[in-house]
Write a protein that binds this ligand. Structure first.
Ligand code: SF4
Length: 323
């Protein structure tokens, strides 16, 4: 079975965008691969200046992953900094990575623009740490969206350079291109994200979720109930596509002919989303009630990850003449 690695920043309680994108994909991959899923807290430090919520965010994220169907018996689920070998490999790779490779990475330029007061060293080295994340576990496959392909290509270049200079240690990770649905937030404009403040969290109660949905922006051309709508520009309609596929054509037709109003349409979709999330909520409540459960899962994941990592780092250091 090939090994997959994927990491996600600890963003706390997960939202519908995370669920329809990364999380559902993570759950599916467990059937085909040996999966290593990492909460990359060190990466978070490249942009986080206030770390007070970090610990709680890690716990919330892990809890949501488990409730959504990540299985600790099948997958290795852990926190990046709990396996310190990753920082060692990061240093080793940093010695063979030309600065020019890192300076041309588009996300570095974007971040430097968006946080000019905090263009830190970690931000430049981000792709090197990412390469260490993947290769420490000798992962062969990395699920990526199209925008992350340049990062993975850089990781492959670093791996090739290491293997050429010192001898083969690391497989070149391959991209498993995954198209994630773009889920817009409650404002109907921006991608759903905590930063944009437009999220619908998975952990909401059914009542809270219904209330949130009521506040969602729909087709702004529909001012009165009699106005015909344009489902293709409406975010609520997108949710019908994901959560109510059997009725979505009918809803579109009723919207275009003003047979259904936005209030009723939202009531229907809130009910469908609540139905879809019922098992998630049940599992979340069960896991949250088991004192220490999440911590145990993460500790066990770190132990299993470290068993692989310590072997890899030994091999790399031997090849480099450090041992
Ligand atoms: Fe959107 Fe539904 Fe309103 Fe049409 S009826 S604009 S799909 S919320």
């Amino acid at each position: 079975m090939k090994r997959v690695f994927s990491g996600a920043r600890p963003t706390g309680k997960q939202h519908l965008g995370n669920y329809l994108g990364a999380i559902q994909n993570y759950v599916r991959l467990q059937a085909e691969y040996q999966c290593v899923y990492c909460i990359v807290d060190l990466h978070a430090l490249t942009t986080l200046e206030d770390t007070r919520d970090l610990k709680q965010n890690i716990r919330d994220m892990a809890l949501d992953w488990l409730a959504a169907g990540l299985e600790p018996q099948k997958s290795i689920i852990f926190v990046q900094s709990h396996v310190p070998e990753v920082t060692e490999l990061h240093v080793l790779f940093s010695m063979i990575t030309p600065l020019s490779w890192l300076m041309r990475v588009p996300t570095f330029k974007e971040k430097a623009k968006s946080q000019p007061h905090n263009v830190n060293y970690g931000l430049v080295g981000y792709p090197v740490l990412m390469t260490a994340d993947i290769t420490l576990y000798k992962a062969e496959v990395v699920p990526v969206g199209e925008d992350q392909i340049p990062h993975l290509e850089l990781a492959r270049e670093i791996v090739r350079r290491f293997n050429t200079l010192f001898g083969y240690v690391f497989p070149e990770p391959e991209a498993k291109l995954t198209t994630f649905p773009i889920v817009l937030g409650l404002d109907g404009k921006e991608k759903m994200s905590k930063t944009a403040g437009n999220v619908i969290e998975l952990a909401l109660s059914p009542e809270e979720l219904t209330e949130k949905i009521k506040t969602a922006v729909t087709d702004t051309a529909r001012v009165f109930r009699r106005d015909v709508g344009h489902p293709e520009v409406c975010n609520i309609y997108r949710f019908h596509k994901y959560f109510n596929p059997s009725q979505s054509d009918e809803i579109a037709q009723q919207c275009r002919t003003a047979q259904i109003g936005c209030v009723d349409c939202k009531t229907v979709i809130a009910r469908e989303i609540n139905n879809a999330l019922a098992p998630f909520r049940q599992h979340r409540a069960e896991f949250a009630a088991r004192k220490g459960y999440v911590e145990e899962v993460l500790a066990d994941g770190a132990r299993r990850a470290q068993a692989i990592a310590s072997e890899t780092i030994r091999e790399a250091k031997e090849k480099m003449g450090l041992l």
